[in-house]
Design a protein. Structure first.
Length: 325
């Protein structure tokens, strides 16, 4: 079997170390002050060389190269590290990572259940039958009606194959529903034992799902210095398209955790009914215009996340009178 990434030989490792040292020496020479030797004062263009640029330009050129192998990647990382272009990445503890994975798995089960529901609706619509809207079709009474219409494949004829398909989909729906209930029970136990989750639940409109997602995403709230860093981390800041004196802001960047971002927007809609601060902020940003509704909701979600970060950092509960004022 052919290996896709062959191991480096000893001479390859020696070559990489040599390239790393050469890149570090070149970087030190580019940062040292000019010397008094007359030959050192000649511009780099006269010597037929390109000046060494420190910053994003050099990094952008490295990302556009066409050679992709282990030795080239190691040299790129060494050059970026020599110019202090690599930033440390926060690695959460093992327990936090497992908690994050369980939250993501719950969302995966919810999406799977939604697909099954949509398939059942399409199946009945194809046969000329309509299900009730919203949750009434998935109550115990609604499931019993669907089960009465389904049959095993061994008992259906050629004209009633859809009944067998409906039975399979109902079995999958009940299995996913049971698995989802087990995952939610475990998440509720973890949230009840964590004081930070309970702290965020003092906010009107914030439930256990958003609280646990925010706590596991931040892990250590002190690693963020400003509210702007928190907003950029979740990707709820506008893109910048500036050219000269022209400044234009685009859509949000959508960087970071997509699940937390979607939960923030969903909770922002619900908080308009339960949280006076959220309702006042929404009305102030939207200005009563329908075209600014979504912009205002995203802004409320971003401000809500910033306040969650401040509460976790200072270990204080939500105070409605200060938020409204």
């Amino acid at each position: 079997m052919r290996e896709t990434l062959p191991a480096l030989r000893s001479n390859d490792l020696f070559g990489v170390r040599h390239d790393i040292k050469r890149a570090e020496r070149r970087h030190r020479r580019s940062r040292c002050p000019a010397r008094t030797h007359p030959r050192k004062h000649k511009p780099s263009q006269q010597r037929g060389r390109q000046p060494v640029a420190d910053g994003p330009t050099q990094e952008w050129q490295w990302r556009k190269v066409k050679t992709k192998n282990d030795r080239a990647d190691a040299l790129k990382l060494a050059q970026l590290s020599a110019m202090n272009q690599l930033r440390l990445v926060h690695v959460p503890r093992s327990g936090i990572r497992q908690w994050r994975a369980l939250i993501a798995y719950r969302q995966h089960l919810v999406q799977r259940r939604t697909k099954i529901k949509n398939h059942i609706r399409d199946l009945l619509l194809r046969e000329g039958q309509l299900l009730p809207r919203y949750r009434s079709a998935w109550t115990q009474e609604g499931i019993a009606k669907l089960a009465a219409m389904s049959k095993p494949f061994s008992e259906v004829s050629l004209d009633e194959l859809w009944r067998g398909e409906l039975g399979v989909e109902l079995a999958q729906f009940q299995a996913v529903q049971k698995q989802l209930a087990e995952v939610v029970t475990k998440l509720d136990e973890l949230g009840a034992a964590n004081h930070r989750v309970q702290l965020l639940r003092t906010i009107g409109g914030v439930g256990p799902r958003l609280a646990e997602a925010v706590v596991t995403m931040f892990d250590d709230p002190h690693r963020f210095r400003t509210a702007g860093q928190v907003s950029a981390y979740i990707g709820m800041v506008p893109k910048q398209f500036d050219s000269g004196e022209t400044q234009r802001a685009g859509r949000i960047t959508r960087h970071g955790n997509r699940l937390v971002r979607s939960l923030l927007v969903e909770v922002a809609w619900c908080a308009l009914r339960h949280n006076p601060w959220a309702r006042e902020t929404y009305q102030r940003i939207s200005g009563g215009k329908k075209s600014r509704k979504k912009i205002a909701v995203v802004a409320v979600g971003r401000k809500l996340l910033v306040r969650c970060w401040a509460m976790l950092r200072k270990q204080t509960e939500w105070r409605t009178e200060l938020s409204v004022s």
